[in-house]
Design a protein around this ligand. Structure first.
Ligand code: C5P
Length: 221
């Protein structure tokens, strides 16, 4: 049908979600934020009093909940058992626990199944950590988006609203910590696929990165 799948991976705060959303919009594709799915599982675990290390309880949880991403004009809505949790999954509490929740095999197996199903018909821009390496190894275009940890922390800092304010150096520390967990976990660690194009967004604007990816995608169509 002439459509391709685009995989965008990289560390926290590299601009993946904004870039992926804009690329999807330009191509008329559907954007899938896989981090949002891991966040939704983490939120569900928090609410059920399940700690991020409780492997068996997490397995049971992930197999019993219903997660859905609903594309919309205002951006993507995340539904957990039918409830809109789009905002609730962005709290610091979830952010600090999500990496450990995402390290469990049962959690990943279940979410990867959902992700592959979403991509089956092509025309998907999917962002995450293991999309090019594990979820969609056949994706026609793979981008690995990086940026210095300082710039990533600063970007996140500027997104925080007043009551969320934490010192920039603490934010930088937390991002570095999450990178470390994501890069060093046993199952599907964050790594660059051999056939991915590496883009460093440290000194680029969002729109410049989007334009580069759109150029690349045209060569694959
Ligand atoms: O993309 P975002 O920062 O929202 O992702 C939150 C966390 O979810 C990541 O730090 C990572 O631990 C996990 N994740 C993952 N695999 C993906 C997407 C996200 O392990 N494909």
């Amino acid at each position: 049908n002439g459509r391709i799948n685009v995989a965008i991976d990289g560390p926290a705060g590299a601009g993946k979600s904004t870039v992926a959303r804009k690329v999807a919009e330009s191509l008329g594709y559907i954007y899938v934020d896989t981090g949002a799915m891991y966040r939704a599982v983490t939120l569900a675990a928090n609410r059920s009093g399940i700690e991020p290390h409780e492997s068996d309880r997490l397995k049971e949880l992930v197999e019993s909940i219903h997660i859905r991403l609903k594309p919309g004009v205002e951006g993507q809505t995340v539904l957990l058992n039918g409830e809109d949790v789009t905002q609730a999954i962005r709290t610091r509490d979830v952010t600090l626990r999500v990496s450990q929740v995402a390290s469990h095999e049962a959690v990943r197996t279940r979410l990867v199944d959902i992700q592959r199903e979403l991509a089956a018909l092509k025309g998907i821009v999917m962002d995450g950590r293991d999309i090019g390496t594990q979820v969609l190894p056949q994706a026609e275009l793979k981008v690995f988006l990086v940026a210095s940890v300082q710039v990533r922390a600063l970007r996140r800092y500027q997104e925080l609203n007043e009551n969320e304010r934490i010192p920039l150096n603490q934010l930088e520390e937390e991002i570095a910590q999450r990178d470390h967990s994501d890069e060093n976990r046993e199952i599907s660690p964050l790594t660059c696929a051999k056939d991915a194009v590496v883009l460093d967004s440290t000194e680029l604007t969002i729109d410049q990165v989007v334009a580069l990816i759109l150029d690349l995608s045209r060569t694959k169509l």
